[in-house]
Structure formats: structure tokens, C-alpha cells
Design a protein around this ligand. Structure first.
Ligand SMILES: [Mg+2]
Length: 173
């Protein structure tokens, strides 16, 4: 319904991995321009072309957009980098947070990512093992790795499908 914003607790959450997904090598991917000096000395990662626009588009479509990375980059580093591209995430999970909140004191070792722990319905990742975990733990994964000119459209489409599936489930339960 256009103009009718959902309350935050109802918004569907989508998360993105960083390495090889939003942070890519300009040698084999199209990338956003680097930040200007001296910021490019602090933030060396290069963003996949279209990243800021896709995140804005998803947020405009009333999704929450999160980062879920297995790296130890700090939240303030991640926030700082993306702020210079005009992007503000709705949540950030790095390795420290995952270890504290998902792994916690559990004896069994948990998968490297459990998006359902954060009510994330769709996660975008380059690793096949995460796709496998998705099947076991019941979350949707969009696998993305190589350069793809249509990645943004495909993810928006996939997000729509996941949301429709959830709405249908909600209507039936
Ligand atoms: Mg990755």
C-alpha cells in the first residue's frame, strides 16, 4: 500500500554479507568510485557498483537493511565507511556481535551466520555453505559472487517473493 509505512516490528529484514558481496575487487567487478583523499586511505574497500542505490531502494520499499559479516571490522568502521556513501544500515552484525549473541556459551559450535536469530528473512552471501545453512535453519539466501549487472533488480525481486511468501504464511496461520 503506497504511503502506508509498516511499523518497524513488521518490516521484513534483509542482510548483506560484506566480503565478496558489497566489498569487491575492482579487478573483476564494477565498483563505485573510491572515496576522496584522505578517506580512501582509511577506507580501502571498494563497493560493488550500485550498492548505495540498492540499499536506498530497499529501504524505500519498506525493508530493513542489515549487514551480517563474519569479519571483525568494528561497527563504527562499517558505519563510517557507508556514511561517506550516504548509506545508513538498520542494523550491523559483525563477528564480535555474532559470537556474543548467537554463539554465546553454547557448547556446540553454531554456523558462521544465523540470520533467523535476528529475524532476518533474506540474506545475501557469496558462500555456498551459508546457502546450505539456510536450508537447515530456515532462512532464504540469495547467493551472489561474480559481477552481475542485474544484481540489484534480482535481489529486489527475490525480496518481494520472500515477503509475499511470509504474508501468505501469516494469512494462513
Ligand atoms: Mg563473503
Amino acid at each position: 500500500m503506497p504511503g502506508k509505512k509498516l511499523p518497524p516490528e513488521r518490516k521484513m529484514r534483509i542482510s548483506f554479507d560484506l566480503d565478496e558481496v558489497l566489498f569487491v575487487s575492482p579487478l573483476n567487478h564494477k565498483t563505485e568510485p573510491p572515496l576522496r583523499f584522505p578517506l580512501n586511505r582509511i577506507y580501502k574497500e571498494r563497493l560493488r557498483l550500485g550498492t548505495p542505490k540498492l540499499i536506498h531502494d530497499l529501504q524505500k520499499l519498506d525493508y530493513e537493511v542489515w549487514v551480517y559479516t563474519s569479519s571483525f571490522r568494528t561497527e563504527s568502521y562499517i558505519k563510517g565507511l557507508f556514511r561517506h556513501y550516504g548509506v545508513k544500515f538498520d542494523g550491523i552484525i559483525n563477528a564480535q556481535r555474532h559470537l556474543a549473541e548467537v554463539q554465546g556459551h553454547r557448547k556446540d559450535s553454531m554456523p558462521q551466520k544465523v540470520p533467523t536469530h535476528y529475524r532476518i528473512s533474506l540474506h545475501v552471501d557469496d558462500e555456498s555453505v551459508v546457502v546450505t545453512y539456510g536450508k537447515i535453519y530456515g532462512f532464504d539466501v540469495y547467493q551472489l559472487d561474480a559481477q552481475d549487472d542485474d544484481w540489484a533488480e534480482k535481489i529486489i525481486e527475490r525480496a518481494k517473493q520472500v515477503r509475499e511468501k511470509q504474508e501468505l504464511k501469516g494469512a494462513l496461520s
